[in-house]
Design a protein around this ligand. Structure first.
Ligand code: HEM
Length: 177
């Protein structure tokens, strides 16, 4: 039989990752990109962002394994065919976008030698810009897609909770399964 709720580890990871991902998106898009690479403060800002992003990557991998190996509730239904059909792919797209964000960030830093400069005290200067690197372009583009998907995800959850009134949010909270 299908459980009423998600596994408690998945619930904990879901709510822990909400502020982490929001902060990474807001700080990355509104603070980090506005600091020129010639500013000495950029290295500290990059270090913070990269550590944050790598933590999200580690948590996301644990979350993915937990999602694939534990039982979970049956897909929620609104009665609207299109919305019901899109809900499962949208959830997997959320996982994919977060993983692509982290991996494209890692690829950007590998291609520009950031690891040595930011974490291992290399005195090499930062590249003048990250523009022109394909993973950097993916990082910026997928960030926009992820923001959009998060907005749709939150609206869908609120629609279930307050319009369909199926107590959907209780599935993503602790309690008897
Ligand atoms: C889920 C995790 C992550 C999120 C949500 C995130 C978010 C962002 C955002 C929103 C931007 C600005 C994009 C733009 O406006 O074009 C950015 C830039 C950047 N991120 Fe991430 N990031 C993540 C993980 C990482 C990781 C793991 C690394 C490296 C190890 C990384 C390295 C960078 C770099 C180098 C930039 C470019 C900064 C610049 O152009 O000055 N990110 N990130």
């Amino acid at each position: 039989m299908k459980p009423k709720r998600y596994h408690p580890l998945l619930v904990a990871l879901h709510w822990l990752m909400v502020p982490l991902i929001m902060l990474a998106l807001i700080m990355g898009g509104n603070v980090l990109v506005d600091i020129p690479n010639s500013d000495p403060a950029k290295i500290d800002a990059l270090r913070g962002h990269m550590l944050f992003g790598l933590s999200i990557l580690a948590l996301m991998l644990v979350r993915l394994v937990t999602r694939l190996t534990t039982s979970h509730p049956a897909p929620a239904r609104t009665g609207k065919t299109l919305a019901d059909r899109l809900s499962q792919p949208a959830h997997w797209l959320l996982y994919a976008f977060v993983l692509i964000m982290a991996l494209s960030g890692v690829a950007t830093s590998m291609m520009s030698g950031l690891g040595e400069i930011v974490f291992f005290g290399s005195s090499a200067p930062l590249p003048a810009t990250f523009e022109g690197l394909a993973p950097r372009a993916v990082h910026g583009l997928v960030a926009k897609g992820l923001m959009l998907l998060i907005v749709v995800h939150v609206l869908a959850a609120l629609y279930h909770q307050f319009v369909v009134k199926d107590r959907l949010l209780s599935r993503m909270w602790f309690g008897q399964r």
